[in-house]
Ligand binder design. Structure first.
Ligand SMILES: Nc1ncnc2c1ncn2[C@@H]1O[C@H](COP(=O)(O)OP(=O)(O)OP(=O)(O)O)[C@@H](O)[C@H]1O
Ligand SMILES: Cc1ncsc1CCO
Ligand SMILES: [Mg+2]
Length: 276
């Protein structure tokens, strides 16, 4: 397994670049998380636009610096939109982040993911452990949209998935694993269990992966930066919510605050890259 050479200060440089460059991130995402994802992208420094109208997809991809495809709430129109946008992004060299929400839960999701991966190539795929294991062809039952497995169990399937599709794969969970097609692995030990009690934090992480791919050409490093930022912000938000005697509703707002306000010293003090 390749050793990591990434340091927290490299990831901070990418966070700084995102805030400076404000890339336009086009998302075709689910109806549950659309507003939250847009706020997360804005807070982190990106400029979000959400659309799936077939008539404007080619034009929107042409002006975007990244595309995010999230299969959380599917229907035939949305699937066609994802396919058109994925092909357009690949043709233009626009990076694509894919969120395989609920992979393994239903045959329709599995079919749709197989068709998307046949139609084009995502730059990065981010899912929870059971979604990534399912996408890699493991027999695993995803319970709705929540994971039924730990991230360590998904490491080998993630490496195979990354190699097969030439995409970076991020498996999120208690310890996040970011793997590259060439076998590089980065483990990030940030975050808080309460992040799983707010809908769309994983989807928002995928949106951030897209945003970071717009400013950092090494998709593995970009995905690591997104993952570290979300983990650090989640930790800050959980601590602040608990200090207020509040719960996960308040934490959702504090998470958006932390994505906006975390500074270099705060990030470097918290980011935990775990070496093999
Ligand atoms: N047990 C945990 N402890 C700490 N952080 C966690 C834990 N579980 C998840 N996280 C963090 O929560 C974020 C979302 O990851 P998760 O795996 O829950 O996504 P998901 O299941 O796809 O979520 P959703 O589908 O609701 O968007 C990541 O930043 C991850 O690091
Ligand atoms: C709850 C839920 N259902 C479909 S998508 C989604 C958002 C989290 O993945
Ligand atoms: Mg998810």
């Amino acid at each position: 397994m390749a050793r990591t050479t990434l340091q927290a200060r490299d990831l901070w440089a990418d966070i700084h670049a995102l805030r400076q460059r404000r890339p336009l991130v086009h998302s075709i995402t689910n109806v549950v998380v659309t507003n939250f994802n847009a706020n997360v992208l804005l807070a982190a420094g990106a400029s979000p636009v959400m659309t799936q109208a077939h008539e404007e997809l080619e034009d929107m991809v042409a002006i975007a610096q990244a595309l995010v495809i999230n299969i959380g709430t599917l229907d035939a129109y949305a699937v066609e939109a994802m396919t058109i946008a994925l092909r357009a992004a690949n043709a233009r060299g626009v990076p694509v982040a894919l969120d395989p929400v609920g992979a393994g839960a239903t045959a329709y999701r599995n079919r749709t993911l197989a068709a998307l991966l046949a139609a084009g190539r995502p730059t990065a795929i981010r899912g929870n452990a059971s979604e990534i294991m399912s996408l890699a062809g493991e027999a695993v039952a995803t319970r709705g949209v929540d994971s039924s497995a730990g991230t360590e169990a998904a490491l080998e399937p993630a490496l195979a998935l990354a190699a097969n599709h030439g995409a970076v794969v991020c498996v999120s969970g208690a310890v996040d694993h970011v793997v590259a097609p060439d076998g590089r692995v980065l483990r990030l030990d940030n975050g808080h269990e309460w992040m799983t009690r707010i809908t769309g934090v994983g989807c928002s992480l995928t949106a951030l992966v897209g945003a970071f791919c717009a400013v950092q050409p090494d998709a593995w490093r970009a995905t690591a930066a997104a993952t570290a930022l979300m983990g650090v912000a989640g930790e800050i938000a959980a601590e602040q919510a608990r200090a207020l005697g509040a719960g996960v509703g308040t934490m959702a707002a504090l998470l958006v605050d932390a994505l906006q306000l975390v500074d270099e010293a705060g990030f470097l003090a918290r980011a935990r890259i775990v070496d093999d």
